[in-house]
Design a protein around this ligand. Structure first.
Ligand SMILES: Nc1ncnc2c1ncn2[C@@H]1O[C@H](COP(=O)(O)OP(=O)(O)OP(=O)(O)O)[C@@H](O)[C@H]1O
Ligand SMILES: [Mg+2]
Length: 521
């Protein structure tokens, strides 16, 4: 905090020579005026203006589809605006493409990861800027550079590791290191903490604060309002492609931010007691390499169970083994007194177990297929009927129903799903999974990238499933989510269940300590 204030003062004194009043803020580094962008059937941005200042963390806040990524894609040169101007240091710029944006000092960390999995960490960090020596790639220099960039984020990853071997969270941190490697003046982060655990998120926040103190302008997009309030100085709120306001966040609460974003009093999810019934799915002594080292647990009807832990502790693998997406090295999975043989997710679905994994870009989405096909794919063939057209009609009706249940916003169910905003894609995957007629629901990071309002809808839906006698298991690194949604919490550490607790017995701080292994039981 004090570092930031002093950097502010320095700016004030430089400005004094231009005869500004003491309160006048520094001239904006980036001035965006009257930005407009249309897509077929959608006005993504309409007359949006905002200023981004050096040494400021500026939040872009809005519901799924509000236009946040569109602003960012225009700043990065990925998209061209239909209307409006952008000035950098007072000079109008036409940002042609991502290379040009980088040359101007604008670096973007995307909502969807863009690393090349078959290359090493160092190669990914150097892409387009490979150091060479007499025309040969200088691997030593490349690795040294990578080690430095990783060190800035406090990461201990060997530069020669192929990206495909890294966890989603590690890949996200590499993505950020890649953006920092260009020494940007404007750093744009689109939901950077979505795949991160608490500890990695804190490393990221520390890096963001250091950059702010160095005078970098930071644009920050996140649906996690607790971190927006902790990290950001000002926020611009977007609603349906229009700017509602730009405001200092001093004195703001999460509730106020939510209401300003939604434009009304947002309906909140209120937890109430549920009663656990019979065991629906049990795991006995599951093992997977070094990641899972003997885990037993029971998912009961009528309850929501959470697995949480630091990244890479094994919680995702446990869920994926139980959902048939990962074959256990050892151990058993029982449905009642029947032992399941899970050769793949379809075996799990046949056994009444539905799994939603974490990584929509690679595992979930069929990008060029329509929204309707993406939602219906898991339950195709379920809808019997005398003729194909009856099936098609009932499929369309059902798809429309779940779209409205989950608030999936799109011009039509027939548009390719890749044209939807990130959060709307995630909602569509949840809707797909909801159509599956299952008894046990396992979801990894279910509300990743989903806006606060829709998150409450998803919580209500999961609550209804549990109350209807289903067993629900979530893997979540979002501690407020764990504490409001579930009945029972299993803390996974180093591939074993290290502790069991309930939301009533812990607060966020205590749970975080348990996760890090710092709390004496
Ligand atoms: N390439 C595209 N083709 C068609 N429509 C698009 C395209 N990109 C974005 N849109 C539409 O523009 C609108 C704004 O999308 P944008 O991705 O900016 O939302 P967002 O605020 O980033 O949402 P989220 O929080 O879900 O990421 C949405 O209605 C989206 O469907
Ligand atoms: Mg987005």
């Amino acid at each position: 905090m004090s570092i930031r204030e002093s950097s502010h003062e320095i700016r004030m004194t430089t400005n004094a020579t231009t005869n500004m009043t003491a309160e006048a803020p520094a001239a904006p580094l980036l001035e965006i005026r009257g930005l407009g962008k249309r897509f077929p059937g959608v006005v993504a941005l309409d007359d949006v203006s905002l200023d981004i200042r050096a040494g400021e963390v500026h939040a872009l806040v809005g519901q799924n589809g509000a236009g946040k990524s569109t602003v960012i894609n225009i700043l990065s040169g990925m998209l061209q605006a239909d209307a409006g101007t952008i000035r950098l240091d007072g000079v109008p710029v036409a940002i042609r493409d991502p290379q040009h944006a980088l040359a101007l000092g604008i670096a973007i960390v995307y909502q969807e990861l863009s690393l090349l999995p078959n290359l090493t960490v160092a190669q990914n960090l150097a892409l387009g800027r490979e150091p060479s020596w007499r025309g040969l790639l200088d691997i030593g220099a490349m690795n040294a550079r990578a080690r430095m960039a990783l060190g800035r984020l406090g990461l201990e990853i060997a530069p020669g590791t192929p990206v495909s071997r890294l966890s989603l969270a590690e890949r996200q941190m590499i993505e950020i290191a890649k953006a920092l490697a260009s020494n940007p003046r404007v750093l744009v982060l689109d939901e950077p903490t979505a795949p991160l655990g608490q500890r990695e998120a804190e490393q990221l926040f520390a890096a963001v604060r250091r950059l702010r103190a160095q005078g970098v302008a930071i644009v920050y997009v996140s649906h996690r309002f607790a971190e927006v309030l902790a990290l950001c100085d000002v926020a611009t709120i977007l609603r349906n492609g229009r700017k509602v306001t730009t405001t200092s966040l001093a004195g703001w609460s999460e509730a106020r931010l939510t209401d300003a974003m939604v434009g009304a009093q947002a309906e909140r999810y209120v937890a109430s007691a549920r009663t656990a019934g019979a065991v629906a799915l049990a795991a006995r002594d599951l093992r997977f390499g070094h990641r899972v080292r003997g885990v037993s647990l029971e998912a009961r009807r009528g309850e929501i169970l959470a697995l949480t832990g630091m990244l890479g502790s094994g919680q995702n693998e446990i869920a994926r083994m139980m959902g048939g997406d990962l074959r256990a090295d050892a151990g058993t999975i029982m449905r009642g007194d029947r032992r399941l043989r899970l050769g793949g997710p379809s075996d799990a679905v046949a056994a009444g177990v539905a799994l939603l994994t974490e990584e929509r870009k690679h595992e979930g989405i069929l990008p060029n297929r329509s929204l309707r096909e993406n939602i219906a794919v898991a339950s195709l063939g379920d809808r019997g009927g005398p003729a194909g057209f009856v099936r098609a009609a009932s499929e369309r009706a059902e798809v429309r129903r779940v779209m409205s249940d989950f608030g999936v916003v799109a011009a039509s169910p027939e548009v390719p799903i890749r044209t939807l905003s990130g959060g709307n894609q995630q909602k569509a995957l949840i809707a797909r999974w909801d159509l599956a007629d299952a008894d046990v629901f396992i979801l990894i990071e279910p509300t990743r990238g989903v806006d606060v309002g829709a998150r409450a809808d998803i919580y209500r839906r999961l609550d209804a499933l549990a109350r209807g006698g289903k067993a629900v298991v979530i893997v979540s690194s979002d501690l407020p989510e764990v504490l409001t949604l579930v009945d029972r919490i299993l803390v996974v550490r180093d591939g074993v269940i290290a502790a069991e607790t309930t939301p009533a017995a812990v607060d966020e701080e205590k749970l975080n300590l348990m996760i890090q292994g710092a709390a004496a039981a």
